[in-house]
Every structure is written in structure tokens, then in C-alpha cells.
Ligand binder design. Sequence first.
Ligand code: MRU
Length: 406
Amino acid sequence: MSSKEDKTLQAIKFDREHVKLDILDQLVIPYSTTYIPINTIEDAFQAIKLMQVRGAPAIAIVGAFAVVVDTHTYLQSGESSKTIKDLKDSLDYLITSRPTAVNLANALNDMKVLISLAAEDSKPVDKTTLKLLYDYAVALYDDDLANNFKLGENGLQYIISSLKEENFEGPFSIITVCNTGSLATSGHGTALGIIRSTYQNLNEENTKEDFWLDHVYPCETRPYNQGARLTTYELDYEQIPFTLICDNMVSSLINTLNREKAVKDSSAPVKFIIVGADRIVKNGDTANKIGTFQLATIANYFNNKNENQKIRFIIAAPKTTIDLNTPTGEGIVIEERPANELTTLVGPQLAQDGVGEKVTVGIATPGINVWNPAFDVTPHELIDSIVTEDPHVFTKDASGEYQLSK
Ligand code: MRU
């Protein structure tokens, strides 16, 4: 098990001087802090596919840095056989590592455009190509980090104005799913970034309002358990009060808290469900981790039942996650993952004296049919707002439609 000192929230380490890339292996968090080197585009493909790095912004950044490292190593080797066309083909290959999150495709397609503007397909990859790629990747990382802090602040302001509008007073809770924090981005996070910013500014000790964030409920996020493994790790690291729940406990949790019954030691009602996004299309339909759609449906049920206990369903994402080329959620390709992610559990053996070997245990009848979509699409009508790095929070117009822009 990692000691407190070993723990880190830095998913991506890029050495700008020596052009080296290491990623935190998210398959062994929270039990071990291990960085693995990414030396080639193929290394990045495998790490993204295996989900050693995951989260829409993080995979885009790792993909972009990997292209830089690969190109840098190639130029250092003194070879001269690679053309711009070869490089563009390898970027197309890398895009296929995970199809749903648009950030990876956006970043690598941008890189393709940049190098195409500078040189024809038949020209060799050279130092100018590398400089263009390097500058793009570094800016992608820096912008993501800066935008996450803006997004967190915008989400906080939206939370404050929503609660004021309702004349809400006292403690409240937030539900989230998957991992959308530092580990899924360059830092701070999106949905978890809003939770971070909200807790920093609106906890019981320091709030200047009549309300405060009392508790966070991360969903376990079956089958890959990003909520249980990664979001709890981040919340624990930040000392934000939280209680882990299974994905199928959400209705019961909200109902229990609405009846002012305590769950463990908090009875603060759920006022917000805040989630990230892998792709937000033109009409606001949003692909995110499987289970997101049912969270929105549950919020809708409670909102229809009792207008005084409104739960707002918020999508939090940087504008790099917006895809204006796809008109509706129908057009989103949903990644299907292998059956063994449902039929087995993988993790280290835990013993009193520490963490042991990784083991795989079976939890379903062998050889059965399994459906394992990694994401679902929440229809825009169930989404109350889309928070980005822009101070203007997107909400629906009078006819119930989103007018999104980049
Ligand atoms: O399969 P994952 O872990 O890559 O899925 C991640 C999510 O669905 C996140 O919510 C999304 O990428 C936003 S991360 C800031």
C-alpha cells in the first residue's frame, strides 16, 4: 500500500527539457504509486487501451506528448525515412485506441492539420515538425490545467446561485460518478474540480453563505471501479468528507436523506449530481461513463416528485470535449470493452503486513454472454447545465434546447 508520502495526484509527468514522458499507472492506484515510461506512440496506444491512463482530457494529453516523444527519439536516432504521411498515419492509429472521448481525436487531428500546413505529405519529418508538435502538446497541457481551475470556479458560482435561487439553507451533498479529478486531467479536474473548489470555499468552517458542502458520495462505477479506486483516493487525499456507495444505491441514498434520516453521520440532502463528459454533441446530448444516464433519470424522478427538493444534474467539461460536428447523441460511437471486465475482479491480495501479489478472481458463470459498454449517452433534456471554462454556464433556452459554442 502506498504510504501518505508516496501518494500523488499527478497522472502525467512530462519533462520539457529532456522530452520524456511518464504516466502514473492508474491500474494499481490506490495500492501502489508506480510511474511507467511512455517512449513511443505504440506505448501510448497500449497504455490508453489498457486504461493505465484514462479520463478524456488525460488521454488526449498523453497521446499528444507521446507523439512528441516518439518524434524526438526518431530525430535523435539520425534516421530519415519517416514522412509526414507516415506520421499522420500513426496519429490516426493512436486515435483508435479509445473511440468515445473526443478530446483525443480533437488533439491528434489538430496536430495533423498543423504539420500538414507546414509540409507536404511526401516531405520528411524534421525539426520543424517536432517544434510544432511540442508547442501544441505543451499548450494543451497548460491550457487544460488553467481551464480546470476556471471550470471549478464557474461551477462553484453556479452552485451558489442555484442554492440562493431556492433559498436553500444548511448542509448539502453531491453525488458523482467515475473519476474526473486530477488523475483524469492535467490537474484539479472537471466534475471533481468543481467539488474541490466548492469544498475549499464552502465548507462548514469557512462558508460566507447560509449553506455548505457537507458530504460527497462517489459511486463505485462498475465495472472498472474508477469511483471506488480513484475518486476515493483523491477525496481522501484532499480530506473532503465522503462515503462510497455502489451504483445501485443512489435512489435509496437520495430518498433516505430527503426524509432527513442520516446515512452514516450525515443527513445533508443531495442537491447536485455532477459528472464529467467524454463527448458533448451539438444538441447537448452527452456521452460519459456508463451509469451516468441512470443518475440523470433518478434526479429527474425526484425533481418531478417534489419541486422543493430540486437536484441539479450538471455536466462539467472543458470545451475540448465539445463536438459540434455531431448533431445528436445518436452519432456517438460507444466503446465496448472485454467481457472479463465484468466477469472477473483484478486486484492485489491484501494482508495485514501490506499489499501482496495481483490476483484475478471470477465472479460470474464462465463463458456467458456479457454486454460491456464503457459509456452511455444522457439526453440533453435531463441535463440542467453544462459548465465549462467560460463564465457563461450553458443552460437550455425557453424551448428546452442547448445553444452550445466552442
Ligand atoms: O473509461 P474512463 O475511465 O476513461 O472514463 C472516464 C469518464 O467517463 C470521465 O467521466 C470523463 O472522461 C471525464 S474525465 C475529466
